[in-house]
Design a binder for this molecule. Sequence first.
Ligand code: IPD
Ligand code: CA
Ligand code: CA
Length: 263
Amino acid sequence: MDWHALDLYCKDLVKEAGQRIRNSFMTDITVESKAHANDLVTNIDKEIEQFFIARIRKDFPDHRIFGEEGFGDSIEELSGMIWMLDPIDGTMNFIHQKRNFAISLGVYEDGIGKLGYIYDVVHGDLYNAIDGHGAYYNDERLQPLPPTTLDESIIAMNAFWATPNRRVDHEGTIALIQRVRGVRSYGSAALELAYVATRRVDAYISMRLNPWDIAGGLVIAKEVGAIAGNFKGEPANLLEQDTFVAANPAIHEEICSHYLKLK
Ligand code: IPD
Ligand code: CA
Ligand code: CA
């Protein structure tokens, strides 16, 4: 596989999809709920996923596609080439704010992240990486993350994780919040991963993410030396929902130590 050629293909595809999303701002959008009242999907999420799938199936008929809205393949193991796609990450922001959402795409070969893209559609900002060849922000190479400490760190997370909840160690989260310099909630896991790579924040944590939320960002984070995986220190789960942390390597272990109860 010529990864550099595929990279150019992916950049064009992601930007074309972004233009389609921008065009949708002038149309009426249909909003529906999925698993619960605040788990939203629009006709645009579905149309954009179908746009990607039609293109990928035409140009790469033997590749598989793992997309959030379910128009792709059902993926139970990671062999071969798999495109992992979240057509709009941050749908709630897309609906309410018309900003602060992104397209997230990762291209994986036998479970290894080869190419990653996070496209901030409204700002026209593209974050991308090629495995072993660096990460880029609008084609400018990103530098490795320098050492930091938890006291000087800004951490991104959904504020919801600090509230008492089923399956959630909110006490660990509160202790972490009390320890760091600041906390931010942007509402798009993909953008928050891009912000870790560009040092706007020093870590991003979540109690519950799906493979398509993180697939693109994992490739980018790795290229700048961030450590990403679940709270147990295991590699990120590319098949099922799991806890997730991506952090500057200097603070990764200390963040996970707040969640020892989950082990
Ligand atoms: C969601 C966003 C949100 C995160 C949720 C994700 P979606 O993705 O990334 O920030 O907290 O866990 O499901 O549904 O907008 O694609
Ligand atoms: Ca998502
Ligand atoms: Ca989505």
